[in-house]
Design a protein around this ligand. Structure first.
Ligand code: SF4
Ligand code: SF4
Length: 453
């Protein structure tokens, strides 16, 4: 039987009102339907929604159950092209997902490369048209390690991409420390380039704060003047879970208004090493509180609204796309130097993650990943709509540990969504993960509700 059509017991969420009366909601994860235990559908009036049928049959969005024995394919036409420059980085963040691929013999201060790897860049660019149509709208992402370590490759490559693909945008995520006058000026003169700085605000996972780099300061303000953004992306850790505090920190250090900070997050750090500690439900109360107070909706509002849409249309879970989308046939990761196709920007073109060569397109087989539909726990998971299956290529203990982190991290999102819909505070959740007392996460909000705040 198709795994995803197996029935699982509905998730039960107990909610409490200001008088202490308890009501239960039954959440059918497979069909995204929430009902009161008495049987009636939850009203979506409080979140401005009405139940509706979709025009398009869901069948078109049904996800493929990709696994190593039932592989996917990379055939395009590509909408997302991630180009892996290399994994060298001048920082060593404790939670970095790329640690396994890194050359640990290199010093922590990797210099900016002065000489371009001209043949590799030229060879890569020369072959592009054979597998990427210049008329297409494509999002290119240039990935390190730290991408500006590879500035001598980055610049000619990005310029060629912008030139050949007039509708394309080129994005990169950098730690910002190597941004100098030359790099800042280049970013300013290329308005189809989007730069995001990884920064965890007051989080202490690096020795240096890149906001001490005055070129970053200046770049931020000059982009702002020209109505562009220098965006920030944070990773949350158990000791740094307030995205509101992170945004305030960035605004203060950049001498600007809070409202000018465009801050995204890739969520909770995955347990890449022993230093990454799982947050407790009490730690996660800050995430729940900021959500229901509306303070963190600048970053999380879209995910909450997406969940409302799923409920509104009873979107079958089998139509929920995987978290990062690298299972898709129209998304590809290519190594610049070898032109090999790899699983993810964090995996090198060696061993099992080497999927093929661009000259094999269309065709390389994606046999290194596990779509959430193939993972038994994901199929019945109450936070599937928010987590969307975690990392595609992790296996065994690594996946189990990452999944546990994600499960708890995503509970505040599910609980906040239920609060928005019902006005009641979740206090207990029963699912495949057992019977979880949510009160340490939601207690202070419950007290506020009882006081009428
Ligand atoms: S929390 Fe775990 S089981 Fe749930 S969707 Fe994420 S990876 Fe799958
Ligand atoms: S496979 Fe997807 S989720 Fe996993 S590290 Fe790569 S981009 Fe992230």
């Amino acid at each position: 039987m198709d795994n995803a059509t197996e029935t699982a017991n509905p998730v039960v969420i107990d909610l409490v009102d200001s008088r202490g009366d308890i009501k239960s909601v039954h959440y059918d994860v497979q069909s995204n339907i929430m009902k009161w235990s008495s049987g009636g559908l939850l009203s979506l009036d409080r979140v401005g929604r009405k139940y509706q049928k979709t025009q398009q049959p869901w069948e078109h969005q049904r996800q493929f159950t990709i696994t190593p024995s039932s592989p996917g394919h990379k055939h395009g036409p590509f909408q997302l092209v991630k180009i892996q420059l290399g994994l060298k980085c001048n920082f060593q963040c404790g939670y970095c997902a790329q640690q396994d691929g890194r050359d640990h013999s290199s010093s922590s201060m990797v210099p900016v490369r002065k000489n371009a790897n001209r043949e590799n860049v030229a060879g890569f660019v020369a072959g592009l048209r054979s597998w990427l149509n210049p008329a297409q709208e494509i999002r290119f992402e240039l990935w390190g390690g730290e991408p500006f370590v590879y500035w001598s490759d980055f610049k000619p490559l990005a310029e060629s991409l912008l030139d050949i693909y007039p509708q394309a945008r080129v994005g990169t995520v950098t730690n910002g420390s190597l941004i100098n006058k030359q790099i800042a000026d280049w970013i300013l003169t290329h308005d189809r380039v989007d730069v995001t700085i990884s920064h965890d605000g007051p989080g202490r996972h690096r020795t240096d704060d890149v906001l001490n780099n005055h070129y970053v300061h200046e770049l931020f303000h000059r982009l702002l003047e020209s109505r562009r953004s220098l965006r920030f992306n944070c990773v949350l850790t158990s000791d740094n879970l307030s995205i509101v505090d992170i945004r305030h920190y960035l605004a203060r250090r950049l001498s600007t208004s809070y409202i000018n900070i465009v801050l995204l997050t890739e969520g909770l750090a995955t347990p890449a090493n022993q230093n990454v500690v799982a947050p407790s439900l009490a730690d996660l109360s800050i995430v729940f509180e900021e959500l229901i107070a509306g303070k963190s909706l600048f970053a999380f509002g879209e995910e909450i609204q997406d969940f409302f849409s799923m409920l509104q249309t009873s979107k079958p879970a089998v139509c929920i796309g995987h978290k990062c989308g690298l299972d898709r046939p129209d998304a590809v990761v290519v190594n610049l130097n070898t032109q090999n196709i790899v699983t993810c920007q964090n995996t090198l073109p060696v061993g099992r993650h080497l999927l093929g060569h661009v000259s094999d397109l269309p065709g390389p087989v994606l046999n290194t990943v596990w779509h959430w539909r193939s993972r038994d726990n994901c199929i019945k998971c109450p936070v599937l709509a928010f987590c969307r299956g975690g990392c595609l290529y992790l296996e065994n203990d690594e996946f189990s540990k990452a999944c546990l982190f994600q499960f708890y991290y995503r509970l505040p999102f599910l609980c906040a969504a239920v609060f928005f819909i019902t006005g009641l505070i979740p206090i207990r959740l029963v699912s495949w993960m057992g019977d979880i007392d949510l009160s340490s996460m939601t207690q202070s909000c419950r007290e506020n509700l009882e006081k009428g705040n």
